[in-house]
Design a protein around this ligand. Sequence first.
Ligand code: NCD
Length: 319
Amino acid sequence: MVWCLLSQMTEVQLEMGTLHNFISIHDLVRDDIELILEQAAAMESVAIKRSKELSTKIMACLFFEASTRTRLSFESAMLKLGGSVLGFADVVVSSAGGKGETLADTIRTVERYADVIVMRHPLDGSARVAAEFSSVPIINAGSGSEEHPTQGLLDMYSIKKFKGNIDGLSVSLCGDLKYGRTVHSLGMALSHYDVKIKLAAPPTLRMKPAIVNEMKKAGMEVKEVDSVEEAMKDADVVYMTRIQKERFPDISEYDAVRGKFRISLDEVALMPEDGIILHPLPRVGEIDSEVDATPQAKYFDQVYSGVVTRMAILKMILS
Ligand code: NCD
């Protein structure tokens, strides 16, 4: 557990914790996850009227890898709480990319400009390294193929929001379960709940055995399948992901699996009528655009969960 509960915050009428670094879902227990989901729900109304709570705070976004939703939703979250934002969205324009500055030196510089650092980096372990050098909190916005903990929490929030609860559900994680970091974080978060899980991936992109074992150890019923059809059947939640082309050491391995996992209207017809389809986005062909108009398609609504969940996390860190 990375934070401790300190006080009762009357404004949202909920117990608020303080959080320092947010690096991994592994650092959370179920009560922590529940608290963040409650806080995110409380942020739905704050997001509409906006607040000045963090008006003295500055958030730096250091994105060493491409991003649309993660960076912009963090910025939107900070602005809705009255805070200020700075940073870079392209490593090429930073000294790390243009001049070869080390991550440690970049962090030791930016900590002098900001109260919190949100960082995305292509290397596994990078967020933890940054936290070692930083005197201000580090939020992991994606570290290599390892983890994307705030996405995992916004996915949990979306499941709870659209399905009403998490316990008792059947969830299928589909697509690139090897290199996709969001499914690693989401899978670990789900392991704190009473959830049946199907892992659906091409044989070369299956979930790492260490994570599957961790899920089983947590008491989850885990089934590995190798087709989208299997993933859709009886699923309350289907979580589709992009094949992570940029993380394949050998592009011929990517070509061998490209286009193999795809949801069209035919696949949607296999799932329960009240099932939902989520995707962290961006999609590059793995969900047909005709699916967008079905009641099951919730991936664009899921985007907004990113704003309220990140508002909750920023407030817990900076309040
Ligand atoms: C994901 C990521 O960057 O890991 N996107 C996101 O943050 N919403 C998924 C992906 O890139 O496929």
